[in-house]
Design a protein around this ligand. Structure first.
Ligand code: ASP
Length: 443
């Protein structure tokens, strides 16, 4: 087997990879908070250190990982579909994944809405604090509102689905500034499906080449992950050094509501899921996915974490590639339980703050929108914000209020991305077991 990014594979180095990434995270986080407390987020020297050094070095990590996403997803999906080999099985895997994701997302939104109605964070913030935060982030909020309005489409729902899924030109879909993962997936699924109906001698050389491409990407990811501890320290430092720690205090109840909900979903719901649906001990499961958790936390991007998710879940949990490549890739963009919870809580928090009392029916509508919105939210940093802006407008709350939460968004993004990515792995584990695969026994 190729060298591994998993914790077990770094024996040559003194500490396992996940421990070194964790040290990087803690060192960067503490360093950032101390620098923020000592110098203040507006200190020119701190700002220039972050802009000239910490940010570029930190960005290197998600960028290098993202660099491998397009070739890796294409190779894994084509091989995965060709490996599944029959359309009925593919349809079954797709239907199970979809049903599981919908059910788990619904649970996450219910947790979020229950907490927000119980804690009522929007009623615990003074109007002066709300006003000053809104003023502080007014410029960013206006940009978000303008961007969300620009993204609105007047096309019919079906036209939008076709445009979202089917690429007119797959090369363009991967060549743009932002990789269009759904288009790439659709194209790869079609290529894989075509490969299953052609005679083997015609497709074998192509599939062999894709195996080579997959192995090369794996080798690249291995190298990138070795740099992870240092890059992660810089990434977290730059996020926290300029971050207004005072913003956390100001909207502390909101931050507590979101993180409590995410924690309950991550450690409560997923533990039950892996025990019941995958037959794994939750402790064993969480130990095996540590590298995925740290990568998601530091990159705030399900898509940038995807290469790590694919490899670690195959090597550490024994998830078969044929299932993994499909479920995890779709999951990186469509299964976002943490995002669904976050979107629901945020909309209700801002509605409470604005004094808009939503009826149960309206809250259920927000819940449904949050579930659908999370499916449509890209697996990128801060991708939820445009959705929250649109829903606020729909329920009669001033969308500019988004400014109130922008100061803590990065921190909450790190947390919800962990929940999103771990949710994908639980989905893949459930589907793999239900298809008769035996997952790795505890070692
Ligand atoms: N950053 C999240 C992810 O990549 C998406 C979001 O909620 O903003 O999964």
């Amino acid at each position: 087997m190729a060298s591994s990014v998993s914790s077990d594979s770094t024996k040559a180095l003194r500490w396992p990879l996940h421990t070194r990434i964790c040290i990087g995270l803690v060192a960067g986080g503490l360093g950032g908070l101390i620098a923020n407390a000592a110098l203040g987020g507006n200190n020119p020297a701190l700002k220039s250190f972050v802009a000239e050094f910490a940010e570029p070095v930190g960005k290197l990590f998600p960028r290098l990982l993202s660099m491998t996403v397009a070739p890796l997803v294409f190779a894994s999906l084509v091989l995965g579909v060709a490996g599944i080999g029959d359309f009925r099985k593919l349809g079954r895997v797709g239907a199970k994944s979809f049903a599981y994701c919908l059910m788990i997302s619904a649970i996450s939104v219910v947790i979020g809405l229950t907490l927000v109605n119980t804690i009522r964070p929007g009623k615990r913030i003074s109007p002066e604090t709300a006003r000053s935060l809104q003023e502080r982030y007014a410029k960013d909020a206006s940009q978000e509102v303008a961007a969300a309005q620009k993204g609105k489409s007047s096309d019919s729902a079906l036209t939008q689905i076709v445009d979202t899924l089917v690429p007119a030109n797959p090369i363009q879909s991967v060549a743009g500034k932002n990789l269009n993962l759904l288009h790439l997936m659709f194209f790869a699924l079609m290529v894989g499906a075509a490969a299953t109906v052609l005679p083997e001698e015609k497709t074998a050389p192509f599939l062999k080449a894709l195996e080579g491409l997959g192995a090369i990407c794996a080798c690249l990811i291995d190298g990138v992950m070795r740099m992870a501890p240092f890059c992660v320290a810089c990434l977290v430092f730059s996020n926290l050094a300029l971050f207004g720690a005072d913003v956390i205090r100001a909207i502390g109840w909101y931050v507590i509501t979101v993180t409590l909900g995410l924690g309950l979903h991550l450690f409560g719901v997923y533990s039950i899921c892996v025990r019941v649906f995958a037959g794994l001990s939750p402790l064993y499961f969480f130990r095996r996915v540590r590298t995925i958790i740290f990568t998601a936390f530091s990159t705030s991007s399900s898509v940038a974490t995807l290469p790590t998710t694919l490899r670690v879940s195959e090597e550490n949990l024994g998830l078969p590639r044929s299932i993994n490549s499909f479920v995890l890739t779709v999951g990186a963009t469509a299964n976002q339980n943490g995002t669904a919870l976050y979107e629901g809580v945020t909309v209700l928090f801002l509605a409470q703050l604005a004094g808009v009392d939503l009826t149960l029916g309206q809250q259920l509508t927000v819940a449904g929108m949050a579930i659908l919105g999370s499916i449509g939210t890209a697996g990128l940093p801060s991708a939820s914000i445009p959705f929250v802006v649109v829903v606020l407008g729909n329920i009669g709350v001033n969308p500019e209020l988004i400014g109130i939460i922008l100061g803590v968004d990065r921190l909450l993004d790190m947390c919800r991305t962990v929940v999103n990515v771990v949710g994908d792995v639980t989905a893949a584990a459930f589907v793999a077991r239900s298809e008769g695969h035996v997952l790795s026994p505890p070692s």
